[in-house]
Write a protein that binds this ligand. Structure first.
Ligand code: GDP
Ligand code: IMO
Ligand code: MG
Length: 443
């Protein structure tokens, strides 16, 4: 038994969903540890597109238990909408397949409203959030006002908590001229959700402990990316949860030593949705070309993703802060046709070369990236699954990235489908049971 943590090393949308779905056959349990339905993970199975937000990307593999940890914030309507869509596509989404932690916090009807007030107040400086109520739900968690999934078991407690929250929010709503919140209506709505969500709610730390004690293996699934982490990301242009490696332990109630390996998912270029500094951003035709070829539109909000060159300073920082063992490099096929490809190798700030990645947004905003230009490769990478079939120039490009980020590549993704993937056995073998991954039926 070996457990693997999968996380994004950039600003999200690195292709975590595809890789988690691909690796799931080698694991018994897939456990999400943070975030909420701000995430959007697109997975293709034999031409069919599935978009996951809250439910772990292991759900498309029958028999795998999918866990939603205490580190998440859950919108019950979003959860049941997603579950319903999956069920309509023939996926089993019963409580035998999905467990929700008692400690997961609930997104309540006031959270998106509070978020709108806060984004509007920031004006030009808005974060550009997904407007799903994620930030305000985490704010209430830290303020010790949050309503948790476990509270749904006792409607008296639920009513009390709703009333307590509304009393706290009322003055703010009044000040912004919003109609008062209706405690009774919200209580009735959430009492209905309580009946529906109840069968899914479990003691997740205990469940995971038992499964691991039985010799079962767990894939810990991160959402967002390291640069969106509340502590280690480009604050304040971040999400409100711990998307870095430590979040897996606190967000599921497992010890850090249960994480045996860490796979960082890294796009061959960079994208970002929402506001915030982005040193390698391309505001020209090349950027537009990458966006078009890579279909870079947010899976949650449909917003166009900002695109730029690969930033080795940022990815090396992410690899170091997370202890990334190996990288899965995604979407290099999108760079096909470019005669030259630039890679950012350093930053200068006020004329001085920085020795590390600055997480102060106001510094990152003003850095001047230094680039190394590499030759592009002839032909398409799309769909290649054999290491030997990769063009030599492309392999050289991968070697340069590995050296710059001080981490070896174990997987190269060459398209959206499961089969569009090169597995580098000698790099991946230490992290994943390859025999199990390749067992019949896993394709
Ligand atoms: P996530 O949030 O990290 O799971 O990533 P998203 O699903 O939001 O965005 C990644 C997008 O790229 C999805 O639409 C995937 O289908 C797609 N994708 C993943 N890997 C590859 C790849 O290697 N090549 C191409 N062209 N697309 C990919
Ligand atoms: P996946 O899991 C890309 C961004 C938002 C915004 C900031 C804060 O698909 O990689 P939030 O609503 O979380 O308070 O917004 O974080 N963001 C993401 N960007 N991929 C995501 O998830 C994201 N989740 C949040 O665009 O800039
Ligand atoms: Mg995404």
């Amino acid at each position: 038994m070996a457990n693997l943590l999968v996380l994004g090393t950039q600003w999200g949308d690195e292709g975590k969903g595809k890789i988690v779905d691909l690796l799931t056959p080698a694991f018994d349990v897939v456990a999400r540890f943070q975030g909420g339905h701000n995430a959007g993970h697109t997975v293709y199975v034999k031409g069919k597109k599935v978009v996951l937000h809250l439910i772990p990307s292991g759900i498309l593999r029958a028999g795998t238990l999918c866990v939603i940890g205490n580190g998440l914030v859950i919108s019950p309507p979003a959860f049941f909408k997603e579950a319903g869509d999956l069920e309509a596509q023939g996926v089993d989404i019963g409580p035998g397949r999905i467990a929700v932690s008692r400690g997961a916090h609930l997104i309540m009807p006031w959270h998106p409203l509070v978020e709108k007030i806060s984004e509007d107040r920031r004006g030009e400086k808005k974060i550009g959030t997904t407007c799903r109520g994620i930030g305000p739900a985490y704010e209430d968690k830290a303020a010790r006002l949050g309503v948790r999934a476990g509270d749904l078991a006792d409607l008296r407690i639920l009513r009390e908590k709703i009333e307590e929250n509304i009393a706290a929010k009322d003055p703010v709503f009044r000040a912004f001229g919003l109609p008062p919140l209706d405690a009774e209506a919200i209580f009735r709505e959430y009492a209905d959700w309580a009946a529906k969500l109840g069968p899914y709610v479990r003691d997740v730390p205990e469940l995971l402990h038992e499964r691991m004690a039985r010799g079962e293996s767990v894939l810990f699934e991160g959402a967002q990316g390291a640069l969106l982490d509340i502590d280690h990301g480009t604050y304040p242009f971040v999400t409100s949860s711990s998307s870095t490696a430590g979040g897996a332990a606190t967000g599921l109630g497992v010890g850090p030593k249960t994480i045996h390996g860490i796979l960082g998912i890294t796009k061959a270029y960079t994208t970002r949705v929402g506001s915030g500094p982005f040193p390698t951003e391309l505001r020209d035709e090349i950027g537009k070309g990458i966006a078009a070829c890579g279909d870079e539109f947010g899976a949650s909000t449909g917003r166009p993703r900002r695109c730029g060159w690969f930033d080795a300073v940022a990815v090396r920082y992410a690899c170091r802060t997370n202890g990334v063992d190996r990288i899965a490099l995604t979407k290099p096929d999108v760079l096909a046709g470019l005669s030259e490809i630039a890679v950012c190798t350093g930053y200068r700030y006020k004329g001085r070369r920085l020795s590390s990645f600055p997480t102060e947004s106001w510094i990152l905003e003003d850095v001047v990236p230094e680039f190394r230009t590499l030759p592009g490769w002839a032909g398409s990478l799309r769909g290649i699954s054999d290491l030997g079939a990769l063009p030599r120039t492309f392999v050289d490009y991968v070697r340069v990235l590995e050296d710059l980020v001080e981490t070896r590549v174990a997987i190269i993704s060459t398209g959206v489908e499961r089969g569009d993937t090169v597995l580098i056995d000698e790099e991946l073998g230490g992290l994943v049971d390859l025999a199990r991954l390749r067992a019949p039926g896993a394709a």
